[in-house]
Design a protein around this ligand. Structure first.
Ligand SMILES: [Zn+2]
Ligand SMILES: [Zn+2]
Length: 760
């Protein structure tokens, strides 16, 4: 339940600075007032109580302007009538911004659940549900546009009109040339003062005006669906039987098996009965190609929401979906928080992708919130992946989960052939073994396409002086600075700090500074030198800022020309490269001995995904995996290419050491100016648990310094709570809440709670 905070109000004491004569804060306290709780976008765990006149038509989810200190803030009404103090003592909420609720009761319920489950501040959570455009004082409005057309039947003497009213004539001629209508923006381009002459034309019955949505179905050709393979058809049939009510359908299909066609078929079923669909994809997976494909196939209005859009574009998509004018919202993580009056299906593509977890601000996992939302609304959710996460595979044992498999590629396409290359006994050239270089040479000579996966951007990860041993390290983090040669800078990948590459050693003045290791930038230079006539394309966060740019870079790959494609894990995200016949996986060994408990799961996912990019069309592909540990069980498991077998191996390990998904976890991280302060704060919290006798059911690990202790100039320590039962964990967390929420320590120590964290 939301706790109400009360700011005492004494009539006459405080006066509104905006308007001394009609200040609503100074209004006499009437008897007929209701207490109301509001969420304000602040990092506090409670809502704020204000008084509302009983006769006003307040609605849950409505936005209000609230007096706050000497200023105003925007609040979202979450509860009516729950007074935490006598109504008369409450400050009056100033005014409603909109006449209607901005967030539906369902979204308020979902936000309240999210804030409670993930232990995040309620106001911040509520504001995540609003598009950025509405987080200030902008009123909520419809984004439908006027569309003006010439009345086809109206008869008019054009010559006379041209003589007597040239502006009306000009507008009419333009409208007659545009049968689908012109918007105010387009009319303004024809004539800045178009309103007045248009009004006259309207009065004379020569033009008509209709309201239409910015994305609508005008002139949309519908594509015929391709014929489904027997396997696809079987899955579609099985899924359609359970598209009512709460079910979690896991669609596990190998890369290239046509999962999207199955999603589209399920979406079609739901849209035909008047429903709306939320279709989530990972950050970089939302391409214009996918958008067009969905829109043309479904013949329905589809809106998109992603981070490359302006605030207003995102608001437009949000508003059309909220009004029910759009049938599908295609978007990244935060699109899940959009409202829809007739939501009947949620699709989460590449459900294992880490971008569904919000890592800063409000921490939640969009896949898990999608499942909760589907449960609340009693509707189905489809999770798709070639490499499902361990959590999802674990959850398959639950009664409402369904498992569907696609094991074959449609048509004649063959799955790739995977081979290990032992890199421990050979001389490497720029991170590549002679065997790999030879295979690339052969492929390029045959006019083929090659994909090289290297999960390290920049030129070189280590810059050092051989004379004195100096290394370039970040002065704010426990991390090295990576050399980015194209920018001539050393950059920290953790805090973004950068400096110019020094000419001489800053420590001893030696002019001979060396760089070691290979990043994507260095690999690109090397490949370009070695294979001069073949284009080399690089895909990483430095070369790609959004999906559109990625699509531009990938044009030669899509066109099927011979080329070498180099990239980080960005490459493995849902894009089709139909002509790649060789994949080289360069340096994955660090994952075998990483402190990150999910490293082996990630490695398995990446290798299976990257290998799966090859041989999509008629030609079979092969994937070469370089490792210095070819006998490691995980490497041997990868060789078998059976993802489920690999996951079994990983799960056995997790069960043995007692890690998720066998146990549930909550981590609490303290971030402070000294490591001591961070550790002490956590020790205090821990002692609360010890005093309460928690320990039998809940395992407490730590506090210990975090894996990367110093980051952005602050020191981090953490402790984890682990238990088989989430309810027990939550009981332990409840004991800690007063200590976490009481903001003692202020800016000196910052606490972050993560429920179901992706790392421990
Ligand atoms: Zn030196
Ligand atoms: Zn740094």
């Amino acid at each position: 339940m939301l706790a109400g905070a009360v700011e005492q109000f004494r009539p006459g004491e405080k006066r509104c600075r905006r308007d001394k004569h009609q200040c609503i804060c100074d209004r006499l306290m009437s008897e007929s007032r209701t207490a109301a709780a509001f969420g304000i976008n602040l990092p506090v765990y409670h809502s704020f109580s204000y008084g509302l006149d009983s006769d006003c038509q307040a609605r849950i989810g409505q936005r209000y302007r609230l007096p706050f200190g000497n200023d105003f803030k925007i609040g979202i009404l979450v509860e009516l009538g729950a007074a935490t103090a006598p109504e008369q003592t409450l400050k009056s909420a100033a005014e409603a911004i909109d006449n209607e609720a901005t967030l539906s009761p369902h979204l308020i319920e979902l936000a309240t659940w999210l804030a409670d489950y993930y232990c995040q501040p309620i106001g911040e959570v509520l504001f995540q549900f609003l598009p950025r455009y509405l987080r200030g004082r902008q009123p909520l409005k419809s984004v439908a546009l006027e569309s003006w057309t010439a009345s086809p039947t109206a008869d008019v003497d054009l010559e006379q009109l041209q003589r007597r009213a040239p502006r009306q004539y000009e507008l009419l001629i333009h409208l007659r040339q545009h049968a689908t209508g012109l918007t105010p923006g387009e009319l303004r381009a024809i004539h800045p003062q178009w309103r007045t002459p248009m009004r006259t034309l309207h009065q004379r019955g020569l033009v008509t005006c209709t309201l239409c949505d910015p994305v609508s179905l005008q002139a949309l050709d519908r594509d015929q669906p391709p014929e489904l393979s027997q396997e696809q058809a079987g899955v579609v049939e099985g899924m359609s039987a359970e598209l009512d009510g709460f079910h979690v359908h896991l669609l596990q299909g190998i890369t290239g098996s046509g999962k999207t066609e199955v999603y589209l078929a399920a979406m079609q079923t739901v849209i035909e009965r008047g429903g709306q669909v939320l279709y989530l994809v990972p950050e970089i997976g939302l391409t214009p190609q996918l958008f067009n494909r969905v829109q043309r196939r479904l013949g329905a209005v589809v809106v998109a929401s992603h981070s490359a859009q302006t605030d207003y574009q995102r608001f437009q998509a949000w508003e059309q979906f909220r009004r029910g004018a759009a049938a599908v919202m295609l978007g990244t993580r935060s699109a899940l928080l959009s409202d829809a009056p007739r939501l009947q299906l949620i699709v989460v593509d590449e459900e294992h992708d880490a971008s569904y977890r919000q890592q800063d601000g409000v921490r939640y996992h969009a896949r898990d919130v999608a499942i909760k939302r589907a449960q609340m609304l009693d509707l189905p959710v489809v999770l798709g992946s070639a490499t499902p996460s361990t959590e999802t595979l674990f959850n398959l044992a639950r009664p409402h989960y369904r498992h569907h498999r696609l094991t074959r590629r449609p048509g004649t396409a063959q799955p790739p052939h995977l081979q290990l290359i032992d890199s421990s006994r050979v001389e490497m050239d720029h991170g590549c073994t002679p065997q790999l270089l030879q295979a690339i040479q052969q492929e390029v000579q045959r006019g083929g396409q090659v994909l090289l996966f290297l999960n390290r951007r920049g030129y070189a990860p280590v810059v050092m002086c051989h004379a004195c041993g100096w290394q370039s390290v970040c002065h704010q983090c426990d991390a090295r600075l990576t050399l980015h040669q194209s920018m001539q800078r050393l950059i920290c990948h953790h805090c973004g700090y950068s400096e110019i590459v020094p000419d001489t050693c800053p420590q001893c003045g030696n002019a001979d500074i060396h760089h070691h290791g290979v990043g994507t930038e260095k690999l690109q230079h090397f490949m370009q030198r070695r294979f001069e006539s073949t284009p080399v394309v690089r895909i990483d966060r430095d070369s790609v800022s959004d999906a559109r740019q990625m699509e531009r870079l990938l044009q030669p790959v899509q066109a099927g020309e011979p080329c070498i494609l180099i990239g980080t894990q960005m490459l493995a995200k849902g894009h089709d490269y139909p002509n790649i016949t060789l994949a080289g996986i360069i340096d994955v060994d660090q994952a075998l001995y990483s402190g990150f408990y999910r490293a082996s799961e990630r490695l398995a996912q990446i290798v299976v995904q990257v290998a799966g990019r090859t041989g999509r069309a008629e030609r079979s592909g092969r994937a070469l995996l370089q490792t210095a540990f070819p006998d490691h069980p995980l490497m041997q498991g990868l060789l078998q290419q059976d993802y489920e077998q690999l996951v079994d191996l990983i799960m056995q390990e997790r069960r043995l050491v007692g890690f998720p998904p066998y146990l549930r976890a909550i981590t609490i991280t303290a971030d402070a100016v000294t490591l001591d302060a961070a550790m002490q704060r956590l020790q205090t919290l821990r002692s609360v648990l010890v005093d309460a006798g928690i320990g039998a059911d809940v395992q407490v690990i730590g506090p210990i310094p975090a894996l990367m202790t110093r980051r952005v100039g602050r020191y981090r320590a953490q402790f984890s709570l682990l238990a088989a039962d989430m309810r027990k964990l939550r009981r332990a967390l409840a004991l800690l809440l007063p200590g976490i929420q009481g903001a003692s320590g202020g800016k000196r120590v910052k606490l972050v709670v993560e429920v179901d964290p992706i790392d421990l």
